[in-house]
Design a protein. Structure first.
Length: 244
């Protein structure tokens, strides 16, 4: 059998295996390299992989650890975990719920505002979605919000961390695009290329992120006017039942 076809089949199998192992609950840090090494061994047995390529792993690992741009990623993740474990994110949600809860659609607005604030604080999506899902969704359902609207608002506002700086996605993109842009410019004869930095990406994503927040808030207000029963205003007893 053609080694190229074997390699393509193993690549698809590796992708499926990674998803399966992750669904079984194994840690990501061990799943990705473990599955890759297993399929590298299979590729070597079938003649579709040269084991000498593994010699480049150590320099790549060292280069990633010494990368000054990527150092920010674990720090932002640590910040998000601290906000979640310390209860600050929960208190922020409760405070915003009390501020906007008396308005029609106020709980939805509070979730969007908190999502934007957490995105600007941590730059990650997982902690934001989990925190708001655990705290906001039960409160919104107890306040007789439409489950579809409540879930949509939480998911949409939770993903603001992908675009509102500091975003870990933008950090990865800045690290990759910086080197690729410099290489392309040098191939074109420009030996003093303009650097595409993470700061440039942050500056370019700030206004679109704010526009997304405004669009989400405008949708909730429009929904409140068009279908008041889907996002009612809270009276005192409703606020107490919702935990606000």
């Amino acid at each position: 059998m053609d080694p190229v076809m074997i390699g393509e089949a193993l690549s698809l199998g590796m992708f499926v295996a990674i998803i399966g192992v992750l669904l079984l609950g194994f840690p990501v840090a061990f799943t990705l390299p473990g599955v890759a090494l297993v399929f590298a061994g299979l590729g070597w047995l079938f003649g579709a992989f040269d084991p000498s390529n593994l010699s480049s792993l150590a320099p790549r690992y060292l280069g990633i650890m010494l990368n000054e741009v990527l150092v920010a990623v674990p720090l932002f993740i640590f910040m998000g975990m601290m906000l979640e474990r310390s209860g600050i994110a929960e208190q922020l949600l409760v405070t915003m719920g009390r501020l906007f809860g008396r308005l029609r659609g106020g709980l939805g607005l509070s979730v969007i505002v908190v999502g934007a604030l957490l995105a600007a604080s941590t730059g990650i999506v997982g902690a934001t979605v989990v925190t708001m899902g655990l705290l906001s969704l039960p409160a919104m359902l107890r306040a007789n919000y439409d489950p579809r609207l409540a879930s949509g608002v939480i998911c949409a506002s939770g993903t603001l961390g992908q675009i509102i700086p500091p975003s870990t996605i933008l950090i990865f993109m800045g690290d990759m695009l910086g080197g690729m842009n410099a290489q392309v410019q040098m191939e074109k004869g420009n030996f003093a290329p303009q650097v595409v930095s993470v700061g440039n990406l942050f500056a370019g994503a700030f206004i679109p992120g704010l526009l997304l927040v405004l669009v989400y808030m405008a949708f909730v207000l429009w929904k409140a006017m068009r279908d008041p029963a889907s996002c009612p205003a809270l009276i005192s007893t409703d606020a107490e039942r919702a935990g606000l």
